[in-house]
Design a binder for this molecule. Sequence first.
Ligand code: MRU
Length: 349
Amino acid sequence: MKNTVDHIRLSADGKKLIILDQRRLPLHREYLVLSTAESMYDAIKTLAVRGAPAIGIFAGFAMYVLSQQMSRVRGEFDAQFARTAAYLNGSRPTAVNLSWALGRMERVVKDNAALRVEELIPLLAAQAQAILDEDIAMCRAISEYGLSLLKEGDAVLTHCNAGPIATSRYGTAIGPLILGAEQGRKMKAFADETRPLLQGARLTSWELHNAGVDVTLICDNMASIVMKQGWVQYCFVGCDRVAANGDTANKIGTSGVAVLAKHYGVPFYVLGPTSTIDLGCATGDDIRIELRDSDEIREKWYSEAMAPEGVKCYNPAFDVTDHDLIAGIITEKGICRPPYTESLKKLFE
Ligand code: MRU
């Protein structure tokens, strides 16, 4: 298995981070070459790189790239490293993978206090690579567990984008469909377009179509009619942070899909690596929800504004799906079932 991915990689000399600019997809395949903390912060904030696991992978490599620019005096290096990690961590609050990956990089620094900076930097490179390699393996395992639920001809409705570019390879929520297509199995997908930033239209339908999956794009408000007509057998979504009781933060609109799924008797599954589970959050009430600019609702994508100047807009980027709407949480270690306070805890024992 090749242990690099095209959408987040280092330059040949390891001094820059090269990412596929997800804001430009699907029509434009453009790459950004990043070497400053500010440009990396912006890449996360503006969703050039997005998706919880991908943000974590990006953060690992970002800290490696930036560490090479820091002081060679160990005390100064440690202070700069901590400051830079805190800065990047402030770019987006909801996905736990960002602080999780930064924490792993910081642990390398703390656990190797006796090393010279020159000796430490290769360890940081190895840790960033390990975060990526582990994600590749986790996504593959999640995809296999998800695929084990599906029969030939089944259709899955998904929301937002939890595919290869949101992770490393395969993805989580749509990983089973991509793996199934690789194995010649015939499953279908319905992709919610996912207002306001259209990750479903721009990214999920693009990834599934490229993978040869029979995908139908719908507007978010069409999920109900699709479920009512019995066209989907499962809902599979990704996650940005799963609390200890199973409450799950994911892209805004996910909880509405879960409510509909319950009404129509469609099993609703969350798929994500254990790196997205935060036992430090007791319930969804403890998850901080990112609020974004109103212009994303009012005028983005339109040739002119679609609401009057100055009208109030509320633009939360995520919502929390209550654990009792979730049939199972599929991780690389298997499928957790309710009660999640017990099944999620077991994953870390
Ligand atoms: O704002 P985004 O596009 O980063 O939101 C992403 C999602 O909500 C994904 O579903 C989640 O991060 C899981 S990606 C495997």
